[in-house]
Design a protein around this ligand. Structure first.
Ligand code: CAA
Length: 294
């Protein structure tokens, strides 16, 4: 299949990686040439881990990388696509503009999927003249490792398109789960209130960063505590999703914790900014609690 992936960030490069690894031709599209080069380097490094673990041979890595091309032009990059997966920044207006442009530029039969973590699929589909071919394909981070694809049907998404995306997800080694289009879908409707509650628990002084994360890691067998996971996802993304839940479901229990709002305002976004609940130094895997919480 010819697959175009829009956005060369953390999710976009992981999605391109997995499709290319499974034999598909990928065009990775981003406005910035520099982002595209960084993404290719990250994909190469992540494939190296798989080679080192004997989950892929060096030869397979070479052919997977050769299936990925890049473009800085949306219309050019989707001209031959059978499927587009959009993984741009989580901003409604940006996504609506991209889907309007995609509708004009992509072939008529092309399926338009979005990796949005919480924006309404129905709303995005309404920006196009082909809402029955628009669907949510929500990958989890790190994409090469996490097995779930949350498949979200918009109001008009057809059965045939849903079946194609389910089959494709299985063919790339993922487990698709199909759900309906309400704020946060299922994954983030449940995950984000847990993270928000962890921040609230910290804010109220019930426990410190390490106490909260250790309790959830050892007590519930989560691979990461909720505060470390928030840093990993990005505190700005967590806040944006809580706002979608609060607005979309209209219940006070979804109000973002003031500490989360404060940290995002201060530019403490987690791993990507170097500080959140922990501090991050390039090349080090040590978890050090951020000065504000020591
Ligand atoms: N590409 C390829 N392989 C990778 C990778 C990547 N980007 N990142 C990690 N790996 C591999 C490692 O090579 C390693 O492989 P083996 O099992 O063969 O040894 C394995 O994954 C585990 O990695 P590490 O040993 O480096 O570290 P770890 O054991 O601490 O696991 C983790 C790291 C997989 C991220 C784990 O901590 C984890 O599962 N965390 C929770 C992740 C999670 O909840 N993700 C969902 C976030 S929510 C989301 O994405 C959606 C949203 O809308 C917000």
């Amino acid at each position: 299949m010819n697959i175009s992936v829009i956005g060369a960030g953390q999710m976009g490069n992981g999605i391109a990686h997995v499709f290319a690894q499974n034999g598909h031709s990928v065009v990775l599209i981003d406005l910035s040439r520099e982002n595209l080069e960084t993404a290719l380097a990250v994909i190469g490094r992540n494939m190296d881990r798989q080679v080192a673990k004997e989950k892929m041979t060096a030869e397979e890595k070479g052919s997977a990388l050769s299936r990925i091309s890049t473009s800085t032009e949306l219309a050019e990059g989707v001209r031959h696509a059978d499927l587009v997966v959009e993984a741009a920044t989580e901003l409604v207006d940006l996504k609506l503009r991209i889907f309007k442009d995609l509708d004009a530029a992509a072939p008529d039969q092309c399926i338009l999927a979005t990796n949005t973590s919480s924006i309404s699929i129905t709303r995005i589909a309404a920006a196009t003249g082909r809402p029955e071919q628009v669907i949510g394909m929500h990958f989890m981070n790190p994409v090469p490792v996490m097995r779930l694809v949350e498949v979200i049907r918009g109001y008009d998404t057809s059965d045939a398109v849903t079946a194609q995306i389910v089959d494709l997800s299985k063919a790339i080694g993922k487990v698709p789960v199909t759900v309906n289009d309400y704020a946060g879908f299922v994954a983030n409707r449940i995950l984000m209130p847990m993270i928000n509650e962890a921040v609230q628990t910290l804010w109220q002084g019930v426990g410190g960063v390490e106490e909260i994360d250790t309790i959830m890691k050892l007590g519930m067998a989560h691979p990461m505590g909720p505060l470390q996971l928030a840093d990993f996802i990005g505190l700005d993304t967590c806040l944006a999703i809580m706002k979608v839940l609060h607005e979309g479901l209209g219940e006070a229990k979804y109000a973002p914790c003031p500490l989360l709002v404060q940290m995002v305002t201060a530019g403490k976004l987690g791993v990507k900014s170097g500080e959140g609940f922990y501090t991050y130094t390039a090349g080090s895997k040590d978890l050090v609690v951020a000065p504000a919480f020591r």
